[in-house]
Design a protein around this ligand. Structure first.
Ligand SMILES: *Cc1c(COP(=O)(O)O)cnc(C)c1O
Length: 225
């Protein structure tokens, strides 16, 4: 199937699941990591505007390639080392993987003055995986408090990559925890509107549990090499 057919199929699914669970605010982030600019071009022609990338250098080349398309929105969704923060601060519109104050402070300092504040999601290690990035749930409010003081960042919400589970009931255990954390964050801070969770294999359960942004790669662009 073509990228445009895949996108319209996913939009149909999102619409149908949203209707079932009475949600009306689910956005689609097209995860284009490792995919060539031609694939992104095809998605743009099909109406897609928001793209997620994991590798800084690769992403910057793509963002520069599409510099004449200011309507595009670029989200950094990979782990970020502190020596790469400047590239993210300079080129991206969003970062979804902030899990340390030091990274947030560097992004705040390095955000160009002529750009809007960088939109930030705090990444939560919701499945409590030793190896995974993200903060523990009980560190959320203090980190959010600190980030909310940084003028060149705009805290928008939370992101998680739960441990893969094949059964929806199992998937929903971590997703419901994220929903509760998100409610708590919204109660404490202004402007919190984004809960980024749900990938190709758990999209339906994520929307049921209140996701406002699903991050889909394979189901749009096909398998990665
Ligand atoms: C690769 C990736 C995705 C997309 O995963 P698919 O299974 O290809 O849909 C979503 N979120 C993050 C953080 C990723 O790294």
């Amino acid at each position: 199937m073509s990228i445009s057919a895949n996108l319209s199929h996913i939009h149909q699914q999102i619409q149908q699941i949203s209707k079932q669970y009475q949600r009306d605010n689910v956005r689609l982030l097209a995860v284009s990591k490792t995919k060539p600019v031609e694939a992104i071009q095809a998605a743009i022609e099909a109406g897609q505007r928001a793209f997620g990338e994991n590798y800084v250098q690769e992403a910057v080349e793509k963002i520069e390639f599409f510099a004449n398309r200011p309507e595009l929105e670029w989200h950094f969704i990979g782990p970020l080392q502190s020596n790469k923060t400047k590239l993210v601060a300079t080129h991206f519109d969003w970062i979804q993987t902030v899990d340390r104050l030091k990274i947030a402070e560097r992004l705040n300092e390095q955000r160009p003055v002529d750009k809007a504040p960088l939109n930030v999601l705090i990444q939560i290690n919701i499945s409590d995986e030793e190896s995974k990035s993200g903060i523990e749930p009980d560190e959320m409010l203090p980190l959010a408090q600190a980030i909310s003081q940084l003028p060149n960042l705009k805290l928008r919400g939370l992101m998680a990559i739960p441990k893969p589970e094949s059964e929806p009931e199992q998937q929903k255990i971590a997703l419901r925890k994220m929903q509760q954390l998100f409610n708590r964050l919204q109660a404490g801070f202004d402007g919190i509107d984004t809960l980024s969770m749900g990938m190709s294999d758990d999209m339906a359960a994520a929307i049921e549990c209140g996701s406002t942004m699903v991050r889909i790669g394979t189901a749009i662009f096909g398998a990665r090499a």
